[in-house]
Write a protein that binds this ligand. Sequence first.
Ligand SMILES: [Zn+2]
Length: 231
Amino acid sequence: MLNAVKELNGYHKHDPEQRNGHANGKSNGKTHTHANGATTHHEAVADDKKAIEAAVRTILAHVGEDPDREGLVGTPDRIARMYGEILAGYTTDPVKLVNNALFDVEYDDPVIVKEIEYFSMCEHHMLPFFGRAHIAYIPSDKVIGLSKIPRIVEMFARRLQVQERMTRQIAEMIDEVLKPQGVAVVVEGSHMCSMMRGVKKEHPRMMTSYMIGKYREDKDLRREFMDQLRK
Ligand SMILES: [Zn+2]
């Protein structure tokens, strides 16, 4: 397949950006720490699940709850399984994701996909943030199947994120896959960590954008895209 697609391995869970993120934080960036290094993938997943369950039990006990009361016995298991789903972006294979969905087309007007709903988790508080992503690109010679753009958004949303980085990652992946003349990504997000805390009842949405190529250089193109978003 394309070289561009091979490069996408960089977007897998061990991509340098994410690793740096971990290095700056408190984690060592390793997902599995098995002494003998010989565990199977299934064992590693089961170990991770058990560790998450134990951690949730610890939290329950230390916020003043009884982890053994009826309503809570199943909670560590439910949360561990839920993380498998809402943080599935770490294990999504980006090569498989775009494979067979690139088409040669002679078309060089903007392709706009808007109102892509996403749900992510803020890495500072592990609370949801969610909203819509809007994407435009100007093809050079390739376009991508329509259903793949929301899948790309989802791959980056289903991780611990900050909205700014997610916005940039979506734009950069589209840029690498399609080598288009320009990419524009605008993301709106409502953050539960600010909505649930404090007393203010106004909840501003956060807007982030990332522009590449012609969208960075040409303010008329940018304006055209922004006008589209208001319709
Ligand atoms: Zn937060």
